[in-house]
Each structure stands twice: as C-alpha cells, then as structure tokens.
Design a protein around this ligand. Sequence first.
Ligand code: ZN
Length: 156
Amino acid sequence: MNQELRELYQEVIIDHGRRPRNFKVLEGHTHSQTGYNPLCGDRLQLFLQIRPGPRPVIEEASFQGEGCAISMASASLLTECLKGKTPAEAKALFQQFHQLLTGDDASNREGLGKLQVLAGVRAFPTRIKCATLAWHALLGALDQGETKPDDPVSTE
Ligand code: ZN
C-alpha cells in the first residue's frame, strides 16, 4: 500500500471515529444486540430494522456506544454498508471482512468498499477485536432475532 493511500485510510477512520454515522437509537428497530470488548473497554449497541418476507432486507441500521476510534469507525462503516442487504449477504460480508483482518489471504476485497480502510488493523492483533466488535453484535442480532440488551456478546 502506498503512503498516500495509507493516509487516506487513516483519515477515513479518524473521521468516522470522531463523527460516527447512524449514531442513534433506531426507532422501530426489529433487532438489536449489545457488544462489549473487555480488552479495550469498547461497548456498543447495534440496531437493525429488517423488513420481513420471503426475502428479508435490512432497511436501516444504527448504533450507539462508546469506545476507541477503531471500534466506533468500524461500527459507523458497518451501519453504512448494511442498508439494502439481506441477512445472508450481511453474514457473508462479515466472513469476508474477518478474512481481511485475520485471514491468510486478504486479497479478496471485492464488495468490501470503504470497509477496506480497516485492513491496516491486520498489523495490530490487539485491535482486531475493536474492529470486529460491531460485527459480532450484528451476528448476534441476526441470530437471536430479538432484543436482549442485558446479554451482551463478547469478542472473546
Ligand atoms: Zn477498542
């Protein structure tokens, strides 16, 4: 990665960390899940509004919480990219994102879009849990299908 691109990526993370998008409680959400990363102290709650039907679609996504810039930026970018996706597509995206951060082969970036800015976290194993916290909350929300705010998922 060239220096210019690296700086651009850092800028996006700092921007989203300082001014997270979709940072609110989602009125009328159908799914929600809290997540906690004890290693860093990041804590957030993810909200989804999923339109039911033969082909369910995530219509809205938001989150609230507090934590380091990486965790907030990752959650912000996640909520931006979820809209219009089916739950199955969202899960597939998680697999691809997880591969980008921890896998042997980080070259498959098609479809990741802006999420690629977090690829640099690969070099910092202790921060990977910060970057994936919102995603674990996403999986929890999709799997449980109901609000369980007192039962946070952990990245452990
Ligand atoms: Zn963190």
